[in-house]
Design a protein around this ligand. Structure first.
Ligand SMILES: [Zn+2]
Length: 454
């Protein structure tokens, strides 16, 4: 089939400052982009150069008063929970009642999942997010790939991690299901060309047996599938792994799936990271991706060393950690020590249920929390929400920078911190102005957003 090749169009975005993980330009500036339609509603977006607003060529989008950044990467989210919306939670009640609320409320049919994921995609774009590590939840405990096509057809890049459970009396069934599932996902990836890939998500060490993790890691390495898991998230998980006891054990017994075979590897005083260490280190090989570990709220020095040595990435979800009371149980999250030890730490939001921004799902709000609470440097936070997230998802980090001549995944404009009081101060560090403010980001150019311009 042949099509009429359309000429690329030039688009200039005017702003009052520009920042990415490596560069900062202060004062009024124009960023020049080339938008090349590719058919099927998509356009390739390329950054060309910076110039002055007076010299801006092509169609001009004026966002003076704003800071321009690359699009954001949300490395851990659950878009299929987006229709549940924000819900209050009392950490004193524990994690299990919350999990049971989600089990009861999550969409169960393909149509309902599709609707929820579409809403999540819209909320992500409203938050300037152009790439996600999305967890495709398992309604009724059965893994589903229903949302993969929706995500792959959306403006988002990234990975859809298909979640599964498999512990106790369900471990053998999970092992039996994993081979065909891994084949299906590898087939999906060979057709989508890498823009949006499928991966596997063993849910967590308290719901997936270590032997099932082993099979999953082996299959993922053989099929080239990315793997993510929740790890070291809650005190209930720590107690379950170390002592084979507590509310997680009680839940498995209540569900009638507890099996004493689990005592071969839990109830031995181990930290959750130590428990998974043999698997985290087992993904070497031609198709092996390092694990993406969600949360790691609970990390001793040995855990940080293990994660660093295995090359796994950590996705820290600051608002989720606060919502579930993790600092009260484990102390402050040790993301800065992880970074110093060489761990790739990026940012995630977890689901809309634990967010305070009903109108968007954005890691910018998590970065802002860390900027205000911890005084973490704005440029480091910008890397955690762009290039580091990209690396964690196996995307090219250069897509999330302004490199002359290079492709970009999206362009976001966000009003500076003092925009309400008469404009952004050009002398400030643009990344700091972004973090200090509270204004919503706007995705002004994206691979599908741009199509309206050409
Ligand atoms: Zn999660």
């Amino acid at each position: 089939m042949t099509g009429i090749k359309q000429k690329p169009r030039t688009v200039s975005v005017l702003a009052s400052g520009i920042a990415d993980a490596e560069l900062a330009r202060r004062g009024e500036i124009a960023a020049v982009f080339e938008v090349a339609p590719e058919g099927e509603g998509t356009a390739a977006l390329r950054f060309c150069r910076f110039t002055t607003p007076a010299d801006a060529p092509g169609r001009v989008i004026d966002r003076r008063g704003c800071i321009l950044t690359p699009g954001f990467v949300n490395a851990h989210t659950h878009l299929d929970l987006s229709e549940i919306g924000p819900r209050p939670h009392d950490p004193a009640g524990g994690f299990v009642p919350w999990v049971e609320m989600v089990r009861a409320q999550r969409p169960a049919t393909p149509d309902a999942i599709e609707r929820a994921v579409q809403r999540g995609i819209a909320l992500s774009l409203a938050g300037g997010v152009v790439a996600v590590g999305d967890i495709l939840g398992a309604p009724g405990g059965r893994p589903t790939t229903a949302a993969l096509r929706t995500l792959a057809d959306s403006p988002l890049r990234g990975v859809g991690f298909v979640e599964f459970f498999g512990i106790g009396t369900r471990a053998d069934a999970a092992i039996g299901m994993l081979g065909p599932l891994a084949d299906e996902l590898a087939g999906f990836n060979s057709r989508t060309g890498g823009r949006f890939r499928a991966g596997l998500q063993p849910h967590a060490p308290n719901t997936v047996s270590l032997e099932v993790y082993r099979v999953c890691a082996h299959l993922a390495a053989a099929r080239g599938l990315p793997v993510s898991t929740h790890l070291a998230e809650t005190p209930e998980e720590r107690r379950f792994i170390a002592e084979a006891d507590g509310p997680q054990r009680a839940m498995l017994e209540r569900l009638g799936i507890w099996d004493d075979r689990e005592l071969a590897w839990i109830g031995r005083g181990r930290h959750p990271v130590e428990h998974l260490a043999p698997v985290l280190g087992g993904l070497d090989g031609p198709g092996g991706h390092p694990f993406l570990l969600a949360h790691v709220n609970d990390a001793d020095d040995a855990a940080i060393d293990t994660i660093a040595d295995t090359g796994a990435s950590v996705v820290y979800c600051p608002r989720a950690s606060a919502y579930f009371g993790a600092p009260g149980a484990f102390g402050p999250h040790r993301y800065r020590e992880m970074l110093a030890r060489g761990v790739n730490v990026c940012l995630g939001t977890d689901s809309i249920i634990n967010l305070d921004t009903p109108g968007r799902i954005s890691v910018l709000d998590d970065a802002r929390l860390l900027f205000h609470r911890d005084g973490t440097p704005a440029r480091e936070l910008l890397a955690m929400m762009t290039t580091r997230g990209a690396s964690a998802l196996g995307l090219d980090p250069a897509l999330f920078r302004f490199i002359p001549g290079g492709p970009v995944a999206g362009v976001v404009a966000t009003p500076g911190h003092d925009s309400g009081a008469g404009g952004y101060f050009g002398g400030d560090d643009p990344a700091e102005a972004l973090m200090a403010g509270g204004s919503p980001p706007e995705l002004v150019l994206g691979e599908r957003v741009a199509i309206g311009l050409v």
